[in-house]
Design a protein around this ligand. Structure first.
Ligand code: PGA
Length: 232
């Protein structure tokens, strides 16, 4: 299973260093991917934990103040990058077209994109889930070769579930995963949104899930350990 940890904008320098030490003590056969802030990426030392970023520039190196490019990430042994997280779509007004550019830069640098897609509660209530996901996905993977599409990891994160403690039913998740597979049949698909050490018993019954993207739980190593133990 893939378990990606999204620290979001949390953990200062000292906090991160003890946090990372604790994470390194976790014994798991799962593929743990830690996505710290850009600054904290610089603090990670070599371990079995893979490193991801939470974003990437849509441009190459150059006059793009405040941006961090895919080649720079690669030079810090970053192997994965979250793109299109709903918080960036909402607060930074990130568009599907920009996400498509980011994915292309990442793939060119052998960094695996973790593409987040998901509907708002309003969109779900108006039966627009498939429409929303199909638009987000199809623009994000525009002009990619089949081989490139296959390398992308998709994270289905219903916006109404992120940080709320509410998770969809297993049927709802399965339905969406099947829809996603119609567009990217060979991509690994993660579930994200309030997954934790308590609801994992329910979530793990969904066979189609390839892993999880964890926000809040990523900051609690003790609970994360329980989550990982229960995963199998
Ligand atoms: P959450 O966040 O686990 O805290 O709901 C998930 C995410 O935003 O990636």
């Amino acid at each position: 299973m893939i378990v990606a940890l999204n620290n979001k904008s949390n953990l200062e320098k000292e906090e991160f260093s003890s946090y990372f030490e604790e994470l390194k003590t976790i014994e798991t056969e799962d593929n743990l991917i830690l996505c710290p802030t850009f600054l904290n990426i610089g603090q990670t030392s070599s371990s079995s934990i893979k490193i991801g970023s939470q974003n990437v520039s849509m441009s190459e190196n150059g006059a793009f103040t405040g941006e961090i490019s895919a080649t720079q990430l690669k030079s810090y042994r970053v192997e994965y990058a979250i793109v299109g997280h709903s918080e960036r779509r909402e607060y930074q007004k990130e568009t599907d077209e920009e996400i498509n550019l980011k994915i292309k830069h990442l793939l060119k640098n052998d960094i695996t994109p973790i593409l987040c897609v998901g509907e708002s509660l309003e969109e779900r209530n108006q039966n627009q889930v498939n429409e929303v996901l199909s638009k987000e996905l199809s623009i994000a993977i525009k002009d990619l070769t089949q081989e490139e599409k296959d390398r992308i990891i998709i994270a289905y994160e219903p916006i109404w579930s992120i940080g709320t403690g509410i998770i969809p039913t297993n049927n709802q998740i399965e339905e969406v995963f099947h829809e996603i597979k119609k567009i990217v049949p060979n991509s690994k698909i993660l579930y994200g949104g309030s997954a934790n050490e308590e609801n994992i018993d329910q979530l793990k019954q969904i066979e189609i899930i390839d892993g999880y993207l964890l926000g809040g739980l990523s900051l609690k190593p003790e609970k994360l350990k329980i989550f990982l133990q229960k995963l199998h």
